[in-house]
Design a binder for this molecule. Structure first.
Ligand code: PMP
Length: 473
């Protein structure tokens, strides 16, 4: 038996894949990421030397004394059964049992990027949803402990102290803290009711000072944004992608609300999809790192999210996982795969349709309550995806901070939420945490996921009282 053991990636972390275009879709080459994008920390990250050899263990006839894997005969669990909904009829239940081979992977140490069969299923899903073929386009997928894990690892792959990242204003607080932890410099791009404004992005890049390091990436939540609830239209996405190509930055597309799209219009294509649709010899694919999550459609506690994107970046993420947490829990991957294999891709789609219809109904209920109680006291834009409404409170000086003006445009929701609203028994997210500078703002974020219609009405009635008292009337 002859087994060729590949060399580990070199000390500089030179990615092992070489994304050479052998086909019709031009791909950015591996060196490109090393030259322009990988952080110093990422370049220094090496493979776990034991895990690097895991893949050879399945070689037929090989006797492995390699890893410190516990003997599964000592594990007390011998089967895992679960009950889940029929995707076409959520009132019906399906009884499923995790296949024994899959269960043995689910109970054991495994490769850091995820159970191979689970990744294969997810690759098929990406291919169907985004029209991207893994075969010939140089991308990979890694499974992480929720998309938050993949988000912070994707940032760490690219960003080190002093590196610049463009972010939406407002943005997801979990991204702000991840970037702060890396010492990144965040540059805000303005948004409006349609999300990120390409003309502002263009003006930032046009006027970028020549003596400052250029932005390495744009971080965006394109569907049902957290916190603003906006879904950016396709025409804007195209403009933003064109700017990424022109000014050479990556797009980190954080998309946990992708399947929660309930708009009337046809859904806009993802950046991951668009970069292929708009690829040309001078505009190759490989600029988008896409983050997906099963938290909103399967279970948040299973902690499964993925990063999909250029092999060079995903390989760095895998190296990070191998040193940080070895692998994402494989038992939940085995359970998720058992459900997905039973449902098939069509069943998965039927289930996400059910989920998005559920959130549409919730959105409608909260909007009714808002119209009833807060007309004239707050502004909002109804979302067409996700689970948030971003509410601008019309406050005045009476009960707000000293920086608030006697003007409905201004006010400090932070102080109000932490004091008066809590006293009245209502909790909302103060908008200030969604700004990189933590600025004073009259905005609050409301999640309509868990509350029922009666609670929504009562909450908006209480919020009305809070606003009226703040206005001094
Ligand atoms: N990104 C965004 C925009 C989110 O709203 C969330 C969840 N709050 C996450 C990432 C993390 O999701 P998870 O880790 O559960 O997949």
């Amino acid at each position: 038996m002859a087994i060729a053991i590949q060399n580990e990636p070199n000390a500089q972390g030179q990615p092992s894949s070489s994304a050479v275009s052998l086909n019709a879709v031009p791909i950015l080459p591996a060196e490109f990421y090393l030259e322009h994008f990988l952080s110093e920390g990422a370049k220094a990250k090496k493979h776990n030397p034991i895990r690097f050899l895991f893949k050879y263990e399945s070689t037929p006839g090989l006797i492995s004394l390699l890893a410190g894997k516990p003997n599964p005969r000592t594990f007390p669990m011998s089967s895992v059964s679960l009950t889940c909904a029929d995707p076409w009829d959520h009132d019906k239940e399906l009884s499923l049992t995790v296949d024994p081979d899959l269960l043995s992977q689910g109970l054991q140490y495994s490769v850091e990027s995820g159970i191979p069969a689970f990744k294969d299923w997810l690759v098929g899903l990406q291919e169907r949803e985004h029209g991207r073929s893994m075969e010939d386009e140089g991308w990979k997928i890694a499974v992480g402990t929720g998309s938050q894990d993949m988000l912070s690892k994707a940032f760490a792959a690219i960003v080190g102290p002093g590196d610049v990242v463009l972010i939406e204003r407002p943005t997801y607080p979990g991204a702000i803290t991840a970037l702060q932890g890396l010492g990144a410099i965040m540059v805000d791009v303005q948004t409006n009711e349609e999300g990120l404004r390409p003309e502002h992005l263009q003006s930032i890049m046009e006027n970028w000072p020549s003596d400052r390091p250029k932005p390495k990436a744009l971080y965006t939540v394109p569907y049902g944004g957290n916190p603003a609830g906006t879904t950016i239209p396709e025409r804007r996405r195209k403009e933003i992608l064109a700017l990424a190509r022109k000014y050479n930055f990556l797009i980190i597309e954080d998309d946990p609300y992708y399947h929660l799209y309930y708009g009337e219009q046809e859904r806009p294509a993802s950046y991951f999809s668009l970069e292929k649709q708009l690829a040309s010899a001078t505009e190759p694919v490989g600029r988008v790192v896409r983050l997906d999550s099963l938290s909103k459609i399967l279970s948040a506690g299973m902690r499964i999210g993925t990063a999909t994107g250029p092999a060079s970046i995903i390989e760095v993420i895998d190296r990070h996982t191998s040193s940080a947490n070895s692998q994402t829990a494989t038992l939940t991957q085995a359970m998720a795969l058992t459900i997905f294999q039973n449902w098939g891709y069509d069943g998965f789609k039927a289930h996400t349709k059910f989920v998005s219809a559920f959130y549409r109904e919730k959105r409608n209920q909260l909007e009714n309550a808002l119209r009833k109680h807060l007309t004239g006291l707050a502004d909002w834009v109804p979302p067409c995806a996700g689970m948030f409404i971003w509410l601008k409170l019309h406050l005045n000086t009476a009960a707000t901070s000293s920086s608030a003006q006697n003007d409905p445009e201004h006010g400090d929701s932070n102080e109000l939420i932490r004091t008066k609203a809590l006293e009245k028994g209502i909790l909302l997210l103060p908008g200030t945490v969604c700004f990189s500078s933590g600025e004073v703002t009259p905005y609050v974020r409301m999640s309509f996921s868990l509350v029922d219609e009666a609670q929504m009405n009562e909450a908006m009635r209480r919020l009305r009282e809070v606003i009226l008292e703040a206005r001094g009337g």
